[in-house]
Design a protein around this ligand. Structure first.
Ligand code: NAG
Ligand code: NAG
Length: 203
């Protein structure tokens, strides 16, 4: 059976998407510029879901996904490096102390973008990224930058209990995975990701 409705439907989706994109306050880069889209998402998101390999009973050795605040820089100043504020009292951080490998997922579903355009969070149009890599502690000037990056977002962290031995860390990216359009997941190398400009250059 032929499906004459399908191209028309795709066209309609494309048209309403273009019209809605125009109306939306968040200006995402074109979906073909995958590395830029990834950088855009990493900068927009204030939190991520992080999966670790659990060291806790009864799920030892199994994936364990948990929510963390992240920032790759103060608003408008993106590095692409997700910084984290962690304590070894935290259940997932205890996993990382045994195995620092982790996966971080961020989605524009946490912004107004997908809601305004009516994109389901599971749709690739509601652009999201998955980062593979590991979590490593940062010190010195990089920790100063991480503090600036994180505390400039909702600055509540500043008041978290001092006796919890908080430290700054970064997600060291080894692979970037992007879902920003139909046709399957796209891979971006860390090099391409860090070279990409998340926002249009102002001249
Ligand atoms: C940062 O400092 C901690 C604690 O002194 C140390 O364990 C860690 O190796 C240091 N990390 C780097 C990247 O220098
Ligand atoms: C950090 O990531 C790079 C690839 O981007 C990798 O070569 C390096 O080994 C990683 N470092 C650590 C400590 O995992």
């Amino acid at each position: 059976m032929s499906a004459p409705g399908r191209p028309a439907l795709l066209l309609l989706v494309g048209m309403s998407w273009a019209a809605a994109s125009f109306a939306c306050s968040l200006q995402i880069p074109p979906h073909q510029e995958v590395a830029r889209v990834a950088r855009f998402i990493a900068h927009q998101c204030d939190w991520a879901s992080m999966a670790t390999i659990s060291t806790h009973k009864p799920v030892m050795g199994q994936p364990f996904s948990n929510v963390f605040s992240v920032s790759d820089g103060p608003r408008g100043s993106s590095t692409g490096v997700p910084y984290l504020y962690l304590t070894s009292m935290e259940v997932s951080v205890q996993d990382l102390q045994v195995n620092p490998q982790a996966s971080l997922s961020m989605s524009l579903a946490q912004t107004d973008y997908c809601k305004q355009l009516g994109f389901d969070p599971q749709s690739p149009l509601c652009a999201h990224i998955i980062l593979s890599g590991s979590v490593i502690q940062v010190n010195g000037t990089e920790a100063d930058y991480a503090q600036k990056a994180l505390f400039s977002r909702p600055p509540e962290m500043m008041e978290w209990p001092k006796d919890h031995d908080w430290f700054f860390a970064k997600f060291n990216i080894t692979q970037v995975w992007v879902l920003d359009y139909f046709g399957g997941i796209k891979m971006v190398s860390p090099e391409e990701y860090f070279q990409a400009a998340p926002h249009k250059k102002q001249n």
